[in-house]
Design a protein around this ligand. Structure first.
Ligand code: EPU
Length: 420
C-alpha cells in the first residue's frame, strides 16, 4: 500500500489544470449502457473509480478502451448479470441500476452498505423506480428491480438531507427509455446532474429542466451513440484553491468552471482569500490575514459537503473560532481526530465542528479514512512544519488524478512511498 510523504511549510506556486469531474463521469459511463451504439467520452480523469466503472461495464458485456483521457465504449449486447463483487466494491456503481432497468427492464445490484461517511441508503432511488412501475425486492443482499413496462410518472426525490444526486441520475436514466413523461420533483441541482442530462440528450433523450428542482423526461424508444466532454471537477478545483490558501502560496487553476464554485469562492473571500478571475483561469492567494468563517454544507448551490474537510484545514490555520456544520452526511468528521495529531484544536458538537484556529500545525503520521478526508490531510501536511506521512493513499487515487504529480509541479515536497 502506498502512502504520501510530505515535507510541509512550502507555499505552492504555479498553475494546475483541473481534470474531468469524477462525480460526473461515473454516471455518464453508466449511461452508455442505455445504447448498443458506440460512445466516446473526453476529459475522463485517470482514477481508480473510473477504472472500476470500466471493469463493471466490461462485466456487463461492454467493450471499452481508455487512452489519453478518452474513454470509448460499446455495449452491443448487454448481460443482465455483472460481476457483483466489483459492483459491491464501489458505492458509485449504484448508478448502473437506472440504465439496466431502462434497457433491460430489470436490474440487480448488491445493496450498497453503509460507508465511513454515513449510512448512505438508496430508498429514494428505489422509490423512483417503483413510481416508474418497477417491483423491488431484496434477496440475499441484492436489490432486484423488475418492470414489465416502464411508464412515466411524477416522482418526488426530497429526502432527509435534501435531494439525492445519484438517485436523480438513476431515475433520469431509467425514465429516458420509459413510455410517456416523467416529472422529477425535488431533483438534485448539482452540475454533475446537468452534465449527465446533456450527455443523455446528445444520445437522443428528451430531458428539460436539469439544474433546477423540476426535471421533465419524455421517454423515447431508443438512444443512440454519442460523444461528450465531461465538465471540470469543481471539488478538485476547490481542493487546490484551499491548498494554495493554506500554504500562503499563489496558484492558478486552469480550466475550472467558476460558475460551479460560487459557494466555495464566496466563503474563501470571506476568509480573506483573494480569487482573481481571468476567463476560466482562477488565481488564488491570501489577501492579508485569514478570518474565521462559519460554514454549513448544503445541496448545490450551497457549500458542498465534499469540500467541508479541506475548508476545515484552512480554519485550523485561521486565528479565532469557526463553526463548520455538516448537514448532508451524518458522520463526515473522520478527519477531525487525524487533524488533532497535527495539533489542530477541534471539538465536535452534534453536526458541528468547532474549530479553534490559529495554532501552527506540525507534521505527524496520519491515516486517510475517505476520499475528501484524505485530501484535507494532504493540505494540512503541506501547511504544517515538518514531515507528515498520509497512509492509505488509495482513497485519494479514487478521486484525484495524479495528485502527487500535480502538487510537485506546484513546488510541494511530496513523494509516494511504500507504507511502512
Ligand atoms: N439519501 C437518502 N436516501 C437515498 C439517497 C440518499 O436518504 O436514497 C441521503 C444520503 O444519506 C445523504 C443525502 O441523501 O444524507 C445526499 O446523498 P446523495 O444521494 O446526494 O449522495 P450520492 O449521490 O450517493 C454523490 C457523490 C458524493 C457527494 C454526494 C453529495 C457520486 C459518486 N458521489 O453521492 O461524492 O458527497 O453526492 O453531494 O456522485 C465524494 O466525491 O467524495 C462523494 C462522497
Amino acid at each position: 500500500m502506498d502512502s504520501l510523504l510530505i515535507k510541509g511549510g512550502v507555499p505552492l506556486h504555479g498553475e494546475v489544470t483541473i481534470s474531468g469531474a469524477k462525480n460526473a463521469v461515473l454516471p455518464i459511463m453508466a449511461a452508455t449502457l442505455l445504447t448498443a451504439e458506440p460512445c466516446v467520452i473526453h476529459r475522463v480523469p485517470d482514477l481508480s473509480d473510473v477504472k472500476f466503472m470500466g471493469e463493471i461495464l466490461t462485466s456487463l458485456g461492454a467493450t471499452v478502451s481508455f487512452n489519453g483521457g478518452t474513454f470509448k465504449v460499446q455495449t452491443r449486447k448487454i448481460k443482465d448479470v455483472g460481476d457483483y463483487d466489483l459492483i459491491r466494491k464501489m458505492r458509485g456503481s449504484v448508478c448502473i441500476m437506472g440504465p439496466l432497468l431502462g434497457r433491460l427492464r430489470h436490474a440487480t445490484v448488491s445493496l450498497p452498505g453503509g460507508c465511513i461517511i454515513g449510512a448512505r441508503p438508496i430508498n429514494l432511488h428505489l422509490k423512483g423506480f417503483e413510481a416508474l412501475g418497477a417491483k423491488i425486492s431484496v434477496e440475499s443482499g441484492y436489490v432486484h428491480a423488475r418492470a414489465r413496462k416502464l411508464a412515466g410518472a411524477d416522482v418526488f426525490l426530497g429526502g432527509r438531507a435534501g435531494s439525492t444526486v445519484l438517485g436523480t441520475a438513476n431515475v433520469m436514466m431509467a425514465a429516458a427509455l420509459a413510455d410517456g413523461v416523467t416529472r422529477i420533483e425535488s431533483a438534485a441541482c448539482e452540475p454533475e446532474v446537468v452534465d449527465l442530462a446533456n450527455f443523455l440528450n446528445t444520445m437522443g433523450a428528451r430531458i428539460i429542466g436539469a439544474g433546477s428542482p423540476t426535471i421533465t423526461v419524455t421517454g423515447v424508444k431508443t438512444l443512440h451513440g454519442a460523444e461528450h466532454e465531461v465538465i471540470p471537477d469543481r471539488i478538485e478545483a476547490a481542493t487546490y484553491a484551499l491548498a494554495a490558501a493554506a500554504t500562503d502560496g499563489e496558484v492558478t487553476l486552469l480550466g475550472a468552471r467558476p460558475d460551479h464554485l460560487h459557494a466555495v469562492l464566496d466563503k474563501l473571500r470571506d476568509a480573506g482569500v483573494k480569487v482573481a478571475r481571468n476567463g476560466t483561469a482562477l488565481t488564488v492567494s491570501r489577501n492579508g490575514r485569514l478570518k474565521p468563517v462559519d460554514i454549513t454544507t448544503l445541496p448545490y448551490s450551497g457549500f458542498p459537503t465534499d469540500v467541508q474537510a479541506q475548508m476545515m484545514v484552512l480554519m485550523t490555520l485561521t486565528p479565532g473560532i469557526s463553526i463548520i456544520t455538516e448537514r448532508i452526511f451524518e458522520s463526515r468528521f473522520m478527519h477531525v481526530s487525524e487533524l488533532a495529531r497535527l495539533g489542530a484544536d477541534i471539538e465536535i458538537e452534534g453536526p458541528s465542528a468547532i474549530v479553534k484556529g490559529g495554532k501552527p500545525l506540525s507534521g505527524a503520521p496520519v491515516m486517510a479514512s475517505d476520499l475528501r478526508a484524505s485530501a484535507a490531510l494532504v493540505i494540512a501536511g503541506l501547511a504544517a512544519r515538518g514531515s507528515t506521512q498520509v497512509n492509505r493513499v488509495y482513497h485519494l487515487d479514487r478521486g484525484y488524478e495524479d495528485i502527487d504529480g500535480k502538487l510537485r509541479r506546484l513546488g510541494a515536497r511530496i513523494e509516494r512511498v511504500e507504507e511502512t
